[in-house]
Design a protein around this ligand. Structure first.
Ligand SMILES: Nc1ncnc2c1ncn2[C@@H]1O[C@H](COP(=O)(O)OP(=O)(O)OP(=O)(O)O)[C@@H](O)[C@H]1O
Ligand SMILES: [Mg+2]
Length: 316
């Protein structure tokens, strides 16, 4: 990276030399100051090799944003978000999970206490409409970073609606500040196609739709596709459907297999159906214990399907 490229990269992050130094220090455990950055940018001092390598990788990184959504409740959105995020982390990817559901289950499932998040004003709601910077709110968890939320996110829905500058773009704007820090950003959406979900779809590159393989559960999927088409036409032409992920699948029930073939037939080439995640009481138990199942269960457990999904996503 030349001195000019370094300056341009820093400016693209919207940071002063001091803030940039703080970021590099936090990432590499160094103690550079703004004067050092200034010398690197003027060419008066050479960039250390380790810093040059880090900046070369960071300047190329632009996170791919995946929204995990389905207006149907209890279909495995949060379980998918956490396990997919964790599996991408295992593949060496830098991952941010965003909890955009006021139930805060992804927050709790990552071992964070929503009350503590509320006390320090570190929730998504504080980032979207408060004074908290996104970098400040992000918390390091085991395997991924997390932008948590609390029940107070419910109020943000009203603020999105009342924002004269179209609050539906605010999540996209905020995430643009961390795109270079991550390979993947996975957003856990609430069980509704309400404003916050639309806000997530406006920010996203891809939508992943978890569903149970029951007739009643798949019934709402065409509605999601209608919403996606509207958003593609009006706000986010680059939004794509990654696919449908059957969850809590019981392969011994012929009817579930039948529901999936009917679904694939009705979707045609609009979306693929991924390998189903089997139903397993151990997954539920791990969730109950407040742990990401993939982290807790043995490598041979059928939940390893989330690793296959992560690998397919990385392979493109
Ligand atoms: N493959 C699975 N096998 C068994 N239980 C599962 C599986 N996946 C998820 N669960 C359980 O099903 C319940 C609902 O899952 P989850 O919270 O992920 O759904 P959700 O779609 O996020 O729900 P909501 O709509 O309320 O946000 C949880 O108790 C979870 O542990
Ligand atoms: Mg959920």
């Amino acid at each position: 990276m030349t001195p000019d490229e370094l300056r341009q990269f820093r400016e693209s992050r919207g940071e002063s030399q001091a803030a940039f130094a703080a970021w590099v220090n936090a990432k590499l455990g160094r103690k550079y100051d703004n004067a050092t950055i200034s010398r690197w940018e003027s060419g008066a001092e050479r960039l250390p090799v380790r810093v040059a390598e880090f900046l070369a990788a960071a300047s190329q990184r632009t996170a791919c944003i995946i929204a995990v959504a389905n207006q149907k409740g209890g279909v495995g959105k949060t379980t998918t978000t956490l396990n997919l995020g964790y599996a991408l982390g295992e593949l060496g990817k830098k991952v941010l999970i965003v909890d955009a559901d006021q139930q805060a289950t992804a927050t709790e499932g990552s071992g964070l206490d929503p009350l503590e998040v509320q006390d320090r004003k570190g929730g998504l709601e504080d980032v979207l409409f408060g004074q908290t910077g996104i970098h400040e709110a992000i918390v390091k968890c085991d395997g991924y970073d997390m932008l948590p939320c609390t029940i107070a996110l419910a109020e943000a829905q009203i603020k999105i609606l009342l924002d004269p500058d179209d609050g539906r773009y605010v999540l996209r704007e905020k995430l643009s500040e961390v795109l270079r820090d991550y390979d993947y950003i996975v957003i856990d959406c609430p069980p509704e196609l309400a404003l916050i979900t639309v806000t997530a779809l406006i920010a996203a590159d891809y939508l992943l739709i978890p569903t149970k393989a029951s007739r009643y559960d798949v019934r709402g999927i065409p509605l999601i596709f209608d919403t996606v088409s509207k958003i593609q036409r009006r706000q986010n032409p680059s939004l794509k459907v990654l696919g449908v992920l059957p969850t809590m699948f019981n392969r011994n029930f012929a009817v579930e297999q039948q529901v999936l073939s009917d679904l694939q037939e009705s979707l045609g080439d609009k979306a693929r159906i991924f390998q189903p995640v089997p139903r397993s009481t151990e997954i539920d138990q791990a969730t109950y214990a407040g742990a990401v199942p993939l982290k807790m269960l043995p490598k041979s457990h059928p939940i390893g399907v989330y690793r296959t999904l992560a690998q397919e996503i990385v392979n493109g």
